[in-house]
Design a protein around this ligand. Structure first.
Ligand SMILES: Cc1ncc(COP(=O)(O)O)c(C=O)c1O
Length: 467
């Protein structure tokens, strides 16, 4: 760049800065203008109360953190950093450039016909009931929107919804958007053992019973569980099922990690328990099932009379989801159903592949001074970091909760990004998550090996601050 272009660029930048400054001043003046009813614009256009304080979600905050600090490994958000099965991604490529132009146009609003037919084929034997693909399945923009449609479609003003903590953080907001009241109960590690597994995290039966009352509309279950990796047992599910039946309560069962269960544990669908199909809406995710989280296709299934409420929300929210992606998910299910239960079937091989990664990361974490809870399912590990507190100075981080301070400082010092689990608790129970960090292990082996190296380097550089 010569001096003339430099000067004109600089003058242009200055002019833009001045324009921005002037319009900011105008905006402030506008905000102060009183409207006829006497309220200022800033009062009138504030965030509606049902959205709470409008704080950024942990995902928004930690993705921004990752782009700012560029940690060497990102074990934060739950997605694989390697390729999905080839037949899955190839299907999408073929569909978008193939002979049928209609596969790039709108499809049926409640779910692409080929996809709902395959979902019915897959789930009918698993829940022991012939599912009607057109009336008992809804396809949404990820499991996220399926959850949204289920909660907004069923929860009314003043309804109570029982939420098991730690919980996938959006449940709480969705319940409040619907005017409902979340009632929280925490899974807690009730054991004296030093080697904890996710099965050691249990609900207190008396406390659970006490939450059910005539105002209870719904309980949200998540099995296999994010972030603990807990796979609810038959006995635990029967207790929840009995309470739902006794108090006429719906069960919203988030089962997006349904194929990631480590033997001898078994995923049990609560909808398959006696008398539960009638009162259960089950949620699944193509993103989790086929390792394509960016595709954002999910579904809800349940009895037609419950599903109509979800259809009302969905048809006036997103109306219909991406056609070629739904077609690709449908073809992927056909491919896997043809080799269902064989060791090559992705529903089997994924868990096998993840087991080795889980064991490796558990070993690395233990060697580095963390105390991990070994998960029986899913792809996250919760690890207690408090033995490392003497090595890390958290004073420079200003967050309210200690796990936020630890995970931020740790990302900056060790180059390993994790997620603070207090984000998965209600305000009154956040302290229960503060001593943990959540690590995602569906990552390339080389990145898990890099984690080991980084943790060792970090540990050797740090001398205990407190002796
Ligand atoms: C428990 C749970 N439910 C739902 C979702 C959302 O799934 P999707 O990406 O299909 O919207 C996630 C994603 O991490 C999750 O962990």
């Amino acid at each position: 760049m010569n001096i003339f272009t430099f000067n004109s660029c600089w003058r242009y930048t200055l002019r833009v800065a001045l324009i921005n400054h002037n319009s900011a001043v105008k905006n402030i003046q506008l905000l102060k203008i009183q409207n006829r009813s006497g309220s200022t614009m800033s009062e009138k256009f504030k965030l509606p109360a049902r959205y709470g304080t409008g704080d950024k979600s942990v995902w928004v905050e930690y993705i921004a953190l990752a782009s700012e600090y560029k940690p060497a490994v990102n074990l934060g958000q739950g997605f694989p950093d390697y390729h999905a099965p080839e037949h899955v991604t190839k299907a999408l490529a073929e569909i978008t450039t193939g002979d049928n132009p209609l596969l790039n146009q709108y499809t049926r609003g409640y779910g692409h016909p080929r996809l709902v037919q395959n979902l019915a084929k897959l789930y009918s034997p698993l829940v022991g009931k012939q599912i009607d693909p057109l009336n008992e399945i809804l396809v949404g923009s990820g499991a996220y929107e399926a959850l949204f449609s289920a909660i907004l479609g069923h929860v009314d003003n003043g309804d109570e919804v029982i939420v098991i903590e730690p919980f996938f953080d959006c449940y709480d907001y969705m319940i409040k958007f619907a005017g409902g009241i979340p009632k929280f109960i925490a899974l807690q590690p009730r054991t004296n053992k030093s080697d904890i597994t996710s099965a050691d995290w249990v609900l207190d039966e008396k406390e659970l019973r006490s939450l059910f009352n005539p105002r209870t509309k719904m309980i949200i279950l998540n099995t296999p569980h994010n972030p603990l990796g807990k796979v609810f047992t038959q006995q635990e599910l029967e207790l929840i099922a009995d309470l739902c039946k006794k108090h006429n309560v719906l069960c919203l069962s988030d089962e997006v990690y349904e194929w990631m269960v480590f033997k001898p544990h078994k995923h049990i669908r609560i909808a398959s328990l006696p008398g539960m199909w009638e009162r259960t809406i089950t949620i699944g995710s193509a993103g989790k099932t086929f390792s394509v989280t960016g595709w954002k296709i999910g579904w809800a299934y349940g009895p037609a009379n419950l599903m109509t409420n979800l259809q009302v929300v969905h048809q006036n929210c997103v109306y219909t989801c991406c056609t070629p992606v739904q077609e690709a998910v449908a073809r992927s299910f056909e491919f896997e159903l043809a080799r269902y239960n064989s060791p090559e079937c992705y529903f089997v091989s994924l868990a096998h592949e993840l087991l080795a990664k889980r064991d490796y990361l558990v070993k690395v974490l233990k060697e580095s001074g963390f105390k991990p809870t070994v998960p029986d399912g899913g792809y996250f590990i919760i690890a207690d970091w408090t033995d490392l507190e003497k090595k890390i100075d958290l004073v420079s981080e200003k967050d309210k909760y200690k796990d936020y301070r630890f995970t931020k400082k740790f990302a900056k010092e060790a180059g390993v990004l994790t997620i603070p689990p207090s984000a998965f608790y209600s305000e009154e129970h956040k302290h229960l998550g503060e001593k943990y960090a959540r690590f995602c292990f569906i990552k390339k082996d080389e990145n898990l090996a890099l984690t080991e190296k980084l943790l060792k380097e970090w540990s050797s550089k740090k001398t205990d601050r407190i002796h």
